[in-house]
Design a protein around this ligand. Structure first.
Ligand code: BYC
Length: 334
């Protein structure tokens, strides 16, 4: 299958015959659906691609806490506050599983943070938009976590064992996140006209950025063909975007909302919706660091790192002291 795939930048994915024996054996294992584990041989490109994707995914989870964390103190009831707090804590947990998965590939946590703080590593474009109202928290759960689930369910079958296993746990929690978002919106659309208008406004602002989460269109996606040949990705960006639209439009209708896309139309023949193109100029601008909240998000992460220096120093000092005590005890016992 992969032998016929053509990379979008014009370079072809190499066939089995063109590979060195070690690489061929690796590809055959991937094709047979076997999982690759940390200590096993893997092509350098496979390792680098996984480090890039998993670390960017981890950064997204951690940065993704910021727009929602902003609303913990302002959630309308104690129950909503407790639910949102639990969700934001879950995101921290997702980041930690993913950083651990990336570490198995030979990169340290400090290196990954350094790449985030220096702007070298990306994180999801979606978190560079502001959360202006409580309806935005509902919209994030419904749309952003909904898009995340659509993207992450296939990643549970990723060929790299630690990533695939991290995704199984994460996907379970994401389902709860999506329901809490939809539940916020269900309550609000049954509220006052002002509350319903707030929900429509949130959908208007989050719809297109949510579609952009799936990445550039297939002809502009530089990594998809190779990542699919390695079974890191199972689907192309456009395939998942289409599935997301097909799943989400009926949910918007159920809420009594209008999806802000004049091109949106059911296509009986393809059994899915036709829809407009996201503004790709805006997408590339956001991932280049120039979105509405990029600077604010990155500064918050850098500040958190600097503020945590005393704690890291304390942990290191404690670990050194404990090692000294162990060494002294060993000598005394000899
Ligand atoms: N934002 O060749 P392509 C969450 C970059 S967290 C920023 O298609 P690929 C959640 C891409 O990295 C959601 N950058 O790449 C958390 C590449 O640049 P580099 C995060 C993007 O990797 C808290 C370039 O564009 N989910 O759900 O084959 C609360 C070309 O793209 C984006 C994941 O990370 C973007 N949206 O496909 C709530 C899932 N899209 O790296 C929710 C795992 C593309 O060469 N990641 N770029 O500099 C993936 O599945 C894939 O990496 C992507 C992109 C589909 C995102």
């Amino acid at each position: 299958m992969y032998a016929q795939m053509v990379k979008t930048d014009g370079t072809r994915i190499r066939s089995l015959d063109e590979m060195e024996p070690e690489e061929r054996a690796f590809q055959e294992r991937v094709d047979a659906g076997q999982k690759i584990e940390p200590k096993e041989w893997m092509p350098e490109g496979y390792r680098k691609t996984l480090i890039r994707q998993i670390s960017q995914h981890a950064h997204s989870e951690i940065v993704g806490q910021l727009p929602e964390g902003n609303w913990i103190t302002r959630a309308p009831t104690l129950e909503r506050k407790a639910i949102l707090l639990a969700k934001v804590q879950d995101e921290a947990g997702h980041g930690l599983y993913l950083y651990c998965a990336a570490e198995t590939l030979g990169i340290s946590r400090d290196e990954m943070y350094e790449q985030l703080h220096s702007g070298k590593a990306k994180y999801s474009s979606i978190f560079n938009y502001p959360t202006l109202t409580w309806a935005d928290i509902g919209a994030i759960g419904w749309l952003v976590d909904g898009a995340a689930i659509m993207n992450q369910v296939p990643l549970q079958r990723c060929s790299y064992g630690p990533y695939s296993r991290a995704m199984i746990r994460i996907c379970k929690e994401e389902s709860f996140h999506q329901r809490q978002g939809f539940d916020i919106l269900m309550k609000m659309v049954k509220g006052t006209p002002a509350q319903k208008a707030m929900v429509q406004d949130a959908l208007n602002r989050w719809w297109w950025p949510s579609l952009m989460m799936f990445g550039p269109s297939d002809d502009a996606s530089v990594h998809s063909a190779q990542s699919m040949a390695w079974k890191i990705k199972q689907n192309s960006n456009d395939e998942l975007r289409q599935k997301f639209v097909d799943q989400t439009v009926p949910q918007a209708e159920y809420l009594g909302l209008t999806v802000p896309d004049p091109m949106l139309k059911w296509n009986e023949e393809k059994g899915g919706y036709d829809f407009g193109e996201p503004d790709w100029e805006e997408f590339f601008n956001v991932i280049a660091g120039n979105g509405p909240c990029n600077a604010e998000r990155l500064n918050a992460r850098k500040q958190a790192w600097d503020d945590g220096a005393w704690f890291r120093d304390g942990l290191t000092a404690h670990a050194e002291k404990a090692a000294e005590h162990r060494a002294a005890a060993r000598i005394a016992a000899e």
